[in-house]
Design a protein around this ligand. Structure first.
Ligand code: AR6
Length: 175
């Protein structure tokens, strides 16, 4: 099936998509980085919703409404902390993307935006993480949803890293 892949350099909290993905921690109770930005923009009802979920293991995903966000849903996933690459981080990061996509498909989400999970506080090298992100999205083909996947980069450097990897893997980017 035809899935559109899009790239943007933006604050994910401002995107008008059906679902945004949050790079959370296993408590789901908020933090810094993109997690902090999402909680600030969604309002305090998001924290209440997360509290009632009661946490999420690394590599898994949980959903909540988007509350005050333009996005209808937030899919919270917990990336691995980078330990040098020999501790199963790649498999855990791939699982974050797969589980988030599976959840989005089950919820019949048409458009979803991912931040660079684990690439901030958790220290995952961006180029390696972006290759996993791109491969998982390109390889996710057992559903009609989501039709549109955004990689929400945060800064020009990240944008060009994603662009380069998409081009190397010969994956077309929609305009
Ligand atoms: N929109 C899009 N991307 C963003 C935004 C934003 N508003 N803000 C930051 N990024 P991080 P992690 C990018 O640290 O590495 C939190 O405290 C950022 O440049 O947010 O998975 C959680 O609670 C980077 O490329 O997430 C956890 O404790 C990417 O988002 C921990 O940090 C991820 O950086 C998770 O660490």
């Amino acid at each position: 099936m035809f899935r559109q892949i899009r790239l943007t350099d933006a604050d994910i909290t401002e995107l008008k998509v059906d679902a945004i993905v949050n790079a959370a921690n296993s408590s789901l109770l908020g933090g810094g980085g993109v997690d902090g930005a999402i909680h600030r923009a969604a309002g305090s009802r998001l924290l209440e919703a997360c509290r009632s979920i009661g946490g999420c293991p690394v590599g898994e995903a949980r959903s909540t409404p988007g509350f005050d966000l333009p996005a209808r849903w937030v899919i919270h996933t917990v990336g691995p902390v980078w330990q040098g690459g020999r501790d199963g981080e790649a498999g855990q990061l791939a699982s974050c993307y797969r589980q988030s996509l599976r959840m989005a498909a089950d919820m019949q989400v048409n458009s979803i935006a991912f931040p660079a999970i684990s690439c901030g506080a958790y220290g995952y090298p961006l180029a390696r993480a972006a290759e996993i992100a791109v491969s998982e999205v390109a390889g996710f083909d057992d559903s009609a949803h989501p039709r549109e996947v955004w990689f929400c980069c945060f800064g020009r450097g990240a944008l060009s890293t994603y662009r380069e990897i998409l081009s190397r893997l010969d994956i077309p980017v929609s305009g």
